[in-house]
Design a protein around this ligand. Structure first.
Ligand SMILES: O=C[C@H](O)[C@H](O)[C@H](O)COP(=O)(O)O
Length: 272
């Protein structure tokens, strides 16, 4: 077994690590929550809290991808209307671009707006160290580029994403964006590293899932990972492997919507 992996049973995540955020629940009307199941309501509450606490007038804001971000854009659009906020939105995917346009927000791009005040994005798994796995929706490359140009990356997620170590609750493997022409040799290398790679297939199209950048996604299970940084370095040294779904030491804060309707936050530990 490689040094980065640990297949012991994962410990439960300690909620003592969290500090409770007082979300003004009165502002979330029953009309908005109507028809949403418990998980979707948790996503919505986390998204609303993050937008309320981190977006200010005049900012350039990175818009992540996935189902939780839909609620963040909804809240941002509401605040732009109600408070006349001037905000430029930088998308992390085609989905994000559509959300920005559909909600009549101002669409920017990284070349016109290279410095972002904040990026708000979802995650597939968040560890106690605030390291994340992302890319369950195939959008990891642009998400990482946008996040790396933001002063702050804020993660929004429901309670099911919380884990002590990466790989404890997200069992689909680490999403890896790869050049289509060499996915087979890359998968062979991943197997030699001790991983279990699977080429992600499209759902409503024959053949593999093709990313917004024209690449393939390989999901690679490495078990529970105690040292993801070491593993990521090895992965990035494989030619043709464009980017990993590890977002390590990037986020400064995560908002988690909980089952009981509360929102809890996790701050990043002190980093060197
Ligand atoms: O590729 C997708 C992104 O990384 C998403 O942010 C991530 O999969 C979380 O998505 P959701 O908010 O739908 O759980």
């Amino acid at each position: 077994m490689r040094g980065y992996a640990c297949r012991r049973s994962p410990r439960k995540f300690s909620l003592k690590l969290f500090s409770v955020v007082d979300v003004k629940m009165a502002e979330i009307s029953q009309e908005v929550l109507q028809g949403l199941d418990t998980v979707a309501q948790a996503k919505l509450r986390a998204a609303y809290a993050a937008v309320d606490n981190h977006v200010k007038d005049g900012q350039v804001v990175g818009i992540g991808s996935g189902s939780t971000v839909v609620f963040a854009v909804q809240r941002l659009a509401q605040r732009v209307r109600d408070e006349n906020l001037r905000v430029i939105c930088i998308p992390t995917s085609f989905q994000a671009r559509q959300l920005i346009l559909e909600n009549k927000l101002v669409l920017g791009d990284l070349n016109a707006n290279p410095v972002l005040d904040v990026a708000i994005d979802g995650a597939d798994e968040v560890s106690a160290q605030l390291d994340c796995i992302k890319g369950g929706g195939g959008c990891l490359l642009q998400e990482k580029i946008v996040a790396s140009n933001a002063d702050q990356l804020i993660i929004i997620a429901d309670y099911s994403k919380i884990a002590d170590y990466l790989g404890s609750v997200w069992k689909k493997g680490v999403p890896l964006e790869v050049i289509a022409d060499c996915y087979v040799p890359i998968m062979r290398k991943l197997e030699k590293m001790g991983g279990k790679p699977v080429l992600r297939m499209a759902k409503a199209k024959a053949g593999p899932c093709v990313t917004d950048n024209g690449n393939f996604i390989v999901d690679c299970d490495f078990g529970v990972m105690q040292e993801p940084a070491k593993l990521e370095q090895q992965l990035l040294s494989i030619p043709g492997l464009v980017e990993t779904g590890f977002f390590l030491q990037m986020a400064v804060k995560a908002y988690f919507g909980m089952q009981d309707g509360s929102v809890k936050t996790l701050d990043a530990p002190a980093r060197q």
